[in-house]
Design a protein around this ligand. Structure first.
Ligand SMILES: Cc1cc2nc3c(=O)[nH]c(=O)nc-3n(C[C@H](O)[C@H](O)[C@H](O)COP(=O)(O)OP(=O)(O)OC[C@H]3O[C@@H](n4cnc5c(N)ncnc54)[C@H](O)[C@@H]3O)c2cc1C
Length: 416
C-alpha cells in the first residue's frame, strides 16, 4: 500500500483515483475547483470508440484554410494568441504527415479495444448503475462525395474494432431520427458509439466515491517536488503534503507542473463551446454528428447538448459565445424544432497534444510520478482505461506497449 497524491479531480484524476483505491492505496486527490465546470463536465458525453484518427492528418490540413476563413466555423484561431501557440502549431503540422498519422491511429486503436470493458469495470468499482447507454450515433452529410469518402473510412475502422456501420439514404436517416427535417445527402449509422447519461452526473458520482473512500482536498497544487523521502505536493497557499507517489492529472494545467519538474511537453487548449437545453421538448434517440460543420448534438437524461468545434486559444482568453450560437443556428437548418432561445452556454478546454495522443506514463526522471493528461477530444472515452493503466504502471514500471504515450516523445534534443 502506498500513499499517493493526485493533482486534478477531472475525469482522468477521478478514474485514476478509483483504480488506486481499489488496489488498496491511500489516495489523496487535490482539486482546485471542486464545483467547477471543466471539460470533464461540459463535454459531449460520447464514448467515441471509433475515433482513432488524429486531429492532425492530411485531409484535415486540406480543409483547414476554408474553416479558418469563417470566424464562427468548425476551426478558429485567436490570432492574438498566435505567438504563444506557434510551437504547438508547428508540431501539429509535423504530426499531420501520413506516417505519423498512421502511428497515432494504431496507438489509439490499441487503447480503444478495452474502453468498453474498462468503463464497465469503473462503473462497478464506483457502484454506478448503467451510466452509459449503447445508442450508436448518426453522422449526417451535405454531399455525396463526403458521404462516400467517410463511409469507406468508417467501414475500415469498424472492421478493426468489430462493430457495424450502415450507409443510409436521407429517408432512412429520417426514419431513425424523425426530428431531422432539413436537406441532407444521407448518413452513416455507427454502432461503435455509446452515450453517457450525463457527463456532469458521471463526474460528480466519481468525485463522491473518491470523497467517501479517500481524501479529497479542495486546494490548488502549485508545485510537485521529488526528494529522497517522497514526493511533496505544495499547495498555492504554501502547504506541503508528502506522499510516496504522485499523479499529475490536471488537464491543460498539467503543463506548468510538468515543466516545474524540468520536463518538456507540448500541450495547448482546443477550446469548445456548447449550449445545453434542460427538459427539452425535442428528443433525439442518439447523438448526431454534423460532420461537415464540426459539431454534434447529444441527448442526455432530461437534457440536449449542442456544440463542439475547435478554437485554438490560450486557456484563459475570454470566451466568445457567438460560437455556441452559430452552432445552434446551423443545427436549426436540419432540426427546425431546436429552440431558438434559452439553454445554457458553456466553453471548455480540451487538453490537447499536437499528435492527438494522451500522455500516459511514468516520469522518465522519477518512476514515483505518473503523468495522465492531454486526452484532447477523447478524455471521457479514455478515462477508465487511463486510470487502469496508471494503476498498473505503478505496479509494473514502464511498459513497452505504452511507449507511444510517453512524455519522452517531447524530450528529443534535451537531456533524456
Ligand atoms: C466541447 C467539448 C466536447 C467534448 N466531448 C467529448 C466526448 O464526447 N467524449 C470524450 O471522450 N471527450 C470529450 N471531450 C474531451 C474531454 O472532455 C476531455 O478530454 C477531458 O474532460 C479531460 O479531462 P481531464 O481530467 O484531463 O481535464 P479537466 O476536465 O480539465 O480536469 C482537470 C481538473 O484539474 C483541476 N486542476 C487543474 N490544475 C490544478 C491544480 N494545480 N491543482 C488542483 N487541481 C487542478 C481542474 O480544476 C480540473 O477540475 C470534449 C471536450 C470539449 C471541450
Amino acid at each position: 500500500m502506498a500513499r499517493i497524491g493526485i493533482v486534478g479531480g477531472g475525469i482522468i484524476g477521478c478514474a485514476t483515483a478509483i483504480h488506486l483505491i481499489a488496489r488498496g492505496h491511500d489516495v489523496t486527490l487535490f482539486e482546485q475547483d471542486a464545483s467547477g465546470l471543466p471539460a470533464s463536465v461540459g463535454n459531449a458525453g460520447i464514448m467515441a470508440i471509433p475515433e482513432i484518427d488524429p486531429i492532425a492528418r492530411p485531409d484535415m490540413l486540406l480543409s483547414a484554410p476554408r474553416w479558418l476563413a469563417d470566424p464562427l466555423g468548425p476551426l478558429t484561431l485567436r490570432w492574438t494568441d498566435l505567438p504563444a501557440l506557434t510551437p504547438w502549431l508547428l508540431a501539429f503540422l509535423r504530426s499531420a504527415r501520413p506516417a505519423q498519422a498512421a502511428r497515432t491511429r494504431t496507438a489509439l486503436l490499441g487503447l480503444m479495444r478495452t474502453v468498453l470493458d474498462d468503463h464497465r469495470h469503473l462503473a462497478e468499482m464506483a457502484s454506478l448503475v448503467d451510466p452509459v447507454q449503447h445508442t450508436g450515433a448518426m453522422t449526417i452529410f451535405d454531399t455525396q462525395t463526403a458521404l462516400d469518402a467517410a463511409f469507406r473510412h468508417e467501414s475500415e475502422t469498424a472492421r478493426l474494432l468489430g462493430f457495424a456501420v450502415e450507409r443510409l439514404s436521407p429517408a432512412e436517416v429520417r426514419a431513425r431520427i424523425p426530428a431531422l427535417e432539413g436537406a441532407l445527402a444521407g448518413g452513416i449509422f455507427s454502432a461503435g458509439y455509446h452515450t453517457f447519461r450525463h457527463p456532469e452526473t458521471f463526474l460528480r458520482a466519481l468525485q463522491a466515491h473518491v470523497r467517501a473512500r479517500a481524501t479529497l482536498v479542495d486546494a490548488s497544487i502549485a508545485a510537485v517536488r521529488p526528494s529522497a523521502d517522497g514526493i511533496t505536493l505544495t499547495t498555492s497557499a504554501g502547504v506541503g503534503h508528502s506522499f510516496d507517489k504522485a499523479v499529475i492529472a490536471a488537464g491543460v494545467w498539467s503543463r506548468d507542473l510538468v515543466r516545474g519538474l524540468g520536463l518538456r511537453v507540448s500541450l495547448e487548449t482546443e477550446r469548445g463551446y456548447n449550449t445545453t437545453f434542460t427538459d427539452p421538448h425535442l428528443t433525439l434517440p442518439m447523438p448526431i454528428f454534423f460532420s461537415e460543420h464540426g459539431f454534434c448534438a447529444t441527448p442526455f437524461d432530461n437534457a440536449l447538448r449542442v456544440g463542439g468545434a475547435v478554437e485554438l486559444a490560450r486557456p484563459d482568453a475570454p470566451a466568445n459565445f457567438a460560437r455556441a450560437k452559430a452552432m445552434r443556428t446551423k443545427m436549426r437548418r436540419y432540426v427546425p424544432a431546436l429552440p431558438e432561445t434559452g439553454g445554457k452556454e458553456w466553453m471548455g478546454r480540451r487538453p490537447s497534444t499536437p499528435d492527438s495522443l494522451p500522455v500516459i506514463g511514468l516520469s522518465p526522471d522519477d518512476p514515483r510520478i505518473a503523468l495522465a493528461f492531454g486526452h484532447g477530444h477523447l478524455g471521457l472515452t479514455l478515462s477508465a482505461t487511463t486510470g487502469r493503466l496508471v494503476a498498473e504502471l505503478f505496479d509494473t514500471g514502464e511498459q513497452p506497449a505504452l511507449a507511444p504515450f510517453s512524455i519522452r516523445r517531447f524530450q528529443r534534443g534535451t537531456k533524456t
